[in-house]
Ligand binder design. Structure first.
Ligand code: PEP
Length: 248
């Protein structure tokens, strides 16, 4: 009923040539994959070239961000309309690195989500707690508060989005949430969304992110409320990325 999704966040890695080589390998190695939707999120500079390679495949094209304003004097920004215009179908919004290093507030993230949706782009909305909140036992409440932005959406818009739960203490650290920790949080997220959107929350894909790799993906993806992964480091290696996708 829910879509299984494995999305690769390339972050600020690869040159255009390296990115094109990586996507060519991913396309080649994913030919026999049918029950999982692959998505790749290259840096802005490679989106067009990677998108050209993706034509005729089922692999989705994502950005790692989009501007919170529609257009105009915002030097250095890239709008949702510009991204949609070159074939971008998804946008990662609210990644913890954006929240932390670029001070992206819940208010700004909601503007991004709405602009992405207005331009036909599906937001992959990221939430996740720092170690402090996990250790103090407040992790469920913390993530619930991050979902307030999503709860402002109309039912129609809500139906389109993807959620990614990424505990910050697990991102790029080699430390993964246990499958039970992931399941507890994913079920909590779904309950919070169901309070607002009812049965529609049953159809929302909720991805896990944080040091996900071929060796741990199977156990994490086996949890009933985990519908796939948002992959960082391991998405830069075609074999690892495809092995994670095959963990379903
Ligand atoms: C991420 O940053 O989205 C991520 C999950 O990174 P990694 O897989 O490297 O922990």
């Amino acid at each position: 009923m829910r879509r299984n999704i494995v999305a690769g966040n390339w972050k600020m890695n690869t040159t255009v040539n390296e990115g094109v080589k990586l996507i060519s390998e991913i396309i080649e190695k994913s030919k026999d994959l049918s029950d999982v939707k692959l998505i790749v999120a290259p840096p802005f500079t490679h989106i067009f070239s990677v998108g050209e390679k993706l034509k005729g495949t089922n692999i989705g094209l994502s950005s790692q961000n989009c501007a919170s304003e529609e257009k105009g004097a915002y030097t250095g920004e890239v709008s949702a309309e510009m991204l949609a215009n070159i074939g971008v179908e998804y946008a990662i919004i609210g990644h913890s690195e954006r929240r932390e290093y670029f001070d992206e507030s819940d208010e700004v993230l909601l503007k991004k989500v709405k602009l992405a949706l207005a331009n036909g782009i599906v937001p992959i909305f990221c939430v996740g707690e720092e170690l402090f909140f996990r250790e103090s036992g407040d992790h469920l409440d913390y993530v619930c508060a991050q979902l307030d932005a999503i709860c402002e959406l109309s039912d129609d818009d809500f139906e389109k989005i993807i959620i990614a739960y990424e505990p910050i203490w697990a991102i790029g650290t080699g430390k993964t949430a246990t499958s039970l920790q992931a399941q507890e949080m994913h079920a909590h997220i779904r309950n919070v969304l169901a309070d607002k959107f009812g049965e529609k929350a049953e159809k929302t894909s909720i991805l896990y992110g944080g040091s996900c790799k071929p060796s741990n993906a199977k156990e994490i993806f086996a949890q009933p409320d985990v519908d796939g992964g948002l992959i960082g480091g391991a998405a830069l290696n075609a074999d690892d990325f495809i092995a994670i996708a095959k963990a379903f």
